[in-house]
Design a protein around this ligand. Structure first.
Ligand code: FES
Ligand SMILES: [Fe+2]
Length: 360
């Protein structure tokens, strides 16, 4: 396992579409790459190296001019929409050095999400940003949290999402309990939009839902189908389907899709967003309040518990291992697969498609 590392050659979430107002500059660091990103007057989101070619001043501190060029705040080097420097104010009568050009980053805006390829464009292969159709579909209601900056490696969050055995004790009494933690876990290795992926599946019948889930979906005892899928290194998709016993797959079914985005900043920080979507019109326990309103109000407390654990876990990675080795249980198999996938992506290694990642 590579501790405190991250995959550079991957699509990561820079933000959700509404965060990018026209001609507003954003500066961010994705996988240790400083990036200036904005939506042009033509509506296209573009991204470049945030370092001015002159003296590394962050261009995100500069300003967009009326003609769409970007002026550096320090000495005024000005760049056009292709990243080409077109003006050096202190030296107007000399040719602009040919190297005065910003490195562009590939951007795809898709289904309400702005994705940036942080690595080498030649290493993109068939990897595409995973789809998130619920975010822009009229059949779903969606709420997105504000982005959170966590002081831990992004892998700890992905592992947390695949490893639902932590629902007891970490989330005991809100979304979890001991029974939830003991539900057998199946896992599948597959490919999502050209990205190697691992998904956990937990099915349970006649299960008494923990209190928050009774509130959100209105059923006390349910049959439930729950999946967590690391779609690519930047996104984990969770799907929960529940219904009174025997009624999964009927009109009585309720649930949500939860997209977690995890964008590494550096080895020990990442940006976490959670975006929940529920079928339009789904109501909470009282039959009146929209499910989405209850989740919006209650889920942040659950997220705080994860954040608390993850940042403490990270503090232990910052000390020498000194002979320490983790002990794993059966449910940790998906995490071992996840680690293999991330490690292989980091090293640019591929595997025999007929073999498990565990054999790679
Ligand atoms: S650092 Fe940008 S113009 Fe000098
Ligand atoms: Fe959790």
């Amino acid at each position: 396992m590579i501790a405190n590392s991250f995959v550079t050659n991957a699509w990561y979430v820079a933000g959700l579409s509404p965060e990018f107002a026209t001609n507003k500059l954003h500066g961010m660091v994705i996988a240790k790459k400083p990036i200036v990103i904005w939506r042009t007057g033509e509506g296209k989101v573009v991204a470049f190296d945030d370092r001015c070619v002159h003296k590394r001043m962050p261009l995100s501190c500069g300003r967009l001019m009326e003609n769409g060029t970007l002026e550096c705040a320090y000495h005024g080097f000005t760049y056009d929409g292709n990243g080409q420097c077109v003006k050096t104010p202190s030296q107007p009568n000399h040719p602009i050095p040919s190297r005065a050009k910003l490195k562009p980053f590939p951007v795809i805006e898709q289904e309400g999400v702005v994705w940036v390829w942080a690595g080498d464009p030649d290493k993109m292969g068939k990897a595409r940003p995973p789809r998130t159709p619920e975010l822009t579909s009229g059949e779903w209601e969606t709420y997105a949290c504000e982005p959170m900056n966590l002081a831990c490696n992004y892998r700890l969050l992905i592992e947390n999402l695949l490893d639902v055995t932590h629902f007891y004790p970490l989330h005991d009494g809100n979304i979890g309990d001991l029974t939830a933690s003991s539900i057998p876990i199946e896992f599948v290795e597959h490919e999502v939009d050209g990205n190697p992926s691992v998904m956990t599946i937990r099915e349970v019948q006649n299960y008494r839902h923990p209190p928050f889930l009774i509130d959100w979906f209105g059923y006390e005892t349910v049959d439930r189908h729950h999946t967590h899928c690391m779609s690519n290194p930047g996104l984990t998709r969770v799907r929960l389907r529940c219904a009174p016993p025997g009624e999964l797959g009927t009109a009585a079914e309720r649930g949500y899709i939860l997209h977690h985005t995890h964008t590494p900043v550096d080895e020990t920080h990442h940006i976490w967003r959670w975006i929940v979507s529920v079928p339009k019109g789904q109501r909470a326990l009282d039959g009146k309040t929209p499910s989405i309103e209850r989740i919006k109000a209650m889920f942040p407390g659950v997220v705080d518990q994860d954040r608390w654990a993850l940042e403490r876990q990270q503090s232990m990675f910052n000390l020498p291992d000194d002979g320490y080795q983790e002990v794993h249980l059966r449910a940790d198999k998906s995490i071992l697969i996840l680690r293999k996938i991330l490690e292989s992506l980091e090293k640019g290694v591929t595997k025999d498609p007929n073999k498990s990642w565990l054999a790679a």
